[in-house]
Design a protein around this ligand. Sequence first.
Ligand code: T1G
Length: 696
Amino acid sequence: MQGPVTFEAHGDIGVIRVNNPPVNATSAAVRQGLVAAANAFAASDQKVAVLMADGRTFIAGADIKEFGKPPVEPHLPNVIHHIEALDKPVICVIHGTALGGGFEVALGSHYRVAVPGARIGLPEVNLGLIPGAGGTQRLPRLTGMIAACEIFTTARQVKADESLSLGIVDAVIDATPLEAGMQFARKILDDGLPVRRVSEMDVAPYDDVDLDALRAKTARANKGHVCHLRGIDVAVEGTKLPFAEGMKLERQGFWDLMQTPQRAAMIHAFFSERAVASLPELKGVAPRAITHVGVIGGGTMGGGIAVACLLNGLTVTLIERDVEAAANARAGIANTLADSVKRGKLKPERREALLADALTTSDDYATLADADLVIEAVFESMDVKKDVFTKLDAVCKPGAVLATNTSYLDVDDIAAITRRPADVIGLHFFSPAHVMRLLEIVVAAKTAPDVVATGFALAKALKKVPVRAGVCDGFIGNRILKTYRTAGDHMVLEGASPFQIDKALVEFGFAMGPYAVSDLAGIDIGYLTRQRLLPTRDPCERIADWGDVLYHKGRLGRKTGHGHYIYDEKSPKGRPDPEVEEIIAAERAAKGITPRSFTDAEIVERYMAAMINEGARVVGEGIALRPLDVDVTLLYGYGFPRFRGGPMHYADYIGLDKVLATIEREARTDDFFWQPAPLLQRLVAEGRDFSSLNGG
Ligand code: T1G
């Protein structure tokens, strides 16, 4: 047999082998190949077949690249039905990550074997879908309804030993996939085990109370999403019917969801998260080797960066201003690692080893002499950073990468203080640095290509999502944040309350509104940003500095118990503070503004128009390479709802002409803040959208 699926005889045992790099996705060719191989097995003398895959993983799912295109026969559910209907046993061997359609192929096999390290999962909800090839109908028959629904609504990957205990796999065999399959096949032959079809099994009884609890928990965890609860409905109702009828119910649910904008948005997010690291400038450029990282500053950011490096196998030397501060930094890192142990993310003995062997804390820069890369995370002051880089330039070995974690300062200016500007780069982590996945990689004018490649390699090593950014105030994320926050502040001055704005944006899909976020991060940050930008403020700019009043009253947010919201034992998560409304009313009166009411829809429209417009400027100026880089930045660093795909994808969905019309409407009252981005105007004039700039 030719193509990505072959059938070969090994005595009494046949082997159906899938080989479709990089992850053996069930493309049309694979589906056709599976049917042909099943037929070859049926017609052969072999008594049992092993179904496995070459490469790093068993089938990792349907071919996402085919979504949104006209479907091609044979459909995966029919392929799986064909395999299950065989009257000779098929054993599926799982290695790597058998996800989505790949796991569903395994469920349609008669027996399942995992090798150590293998994981299974049904992550379709991450794409705005539900399992569409029998997952909602077969898995409940194997594990019970509650466990099955928990698996596909969380999209979590289930390890081999848990899969065994849940009855998903029949054995975990420590061998190569082929050897494991052959070993189990011989057991089938020796014991004369029959064909065993999951579709013919019954779902074990379950308690509706448990199901209702799972529904409620799922709804809370996925506000705004439609696919998770649809999956539970399909599983529950479908398995009450004959299997074939249940499959029809699942198929209907799957295709309904395939048509939703949420599916388009989440698949855009899936591919964009990968596209951000595929840059022409990195092609063929080897990164510098990184095993020993220096961190300057052991505060929240420096400590978090150190933990991220330690948890991913790097050795860390952390420098603080004196021995006491270094000891405090070590204690902070030890506590953070202890939290990881408490959450089951880290074994205690590994924590001890990291602290004993992988972490050095000191006040002596000389200990950085053999560091491969050093990241400074000191106070956001250019003078302080220049002092640090002068010291690093003196002690670090030739070829060491010198990185700044600044969130807005000019990386070119920092590089210029050194004798090695080509080795200087910005690595902007987001707090908490060992949790937030976004890493803005800020490329200065003189940063060498292999230093850029090193930044991306470090991001991969730390399991971060890297986005290349140019040098400007705030790079990509903070620059756009400042704009849409200002749009919110203007609306407050005009009559909206910060609490209404927060509510409207939570309804839109943000986990938190901008004012609740400000309370969390600290109102002082916004104040200091406005102060810093005061000297560059344009006289035409409409000033919305009512937040400064809160700052001067010491209302800094959660850390002082008072910000926009009140935080106390009565409302630990905050409740609107009427006094803030009074402060704002006084500000409006002082500016002669008569407040007006806003609808939630208008709040979202203006807020998103400001965000999209600044995103278009950032792309137009080359600070971000493509609109997808802006999407990934907002998705992974600023809580933008994934089911909307990011601000630029969302703009395409609502129509760039509508976004431009909003901006032009608002410009009639404030033509300074509302200046249409030239790129937005050009795309509208050409009838194109942002996706046309995202490349291949
Ligand atoms: N289809 C097409 N391409 C895929 C793919 C997929 N399912 N999964 C990965 N790729 C590409 C990816 O774009 C990248 O390409 C390369 O493979 C390596 O991926 C019927 C309908 C498997 C855990 O959601 O979670 O089945 O950039 O960089 O970090 O019910 O890929 O190199 O050109 O991510 O080692 C369900 C999605 C689909 C799994 C490997 N399956 N993939 O991670 O490599 S829906 C999924 C992953 C479905 C059925 C439904 C991960 C991975 P390029 P990578 P990795």
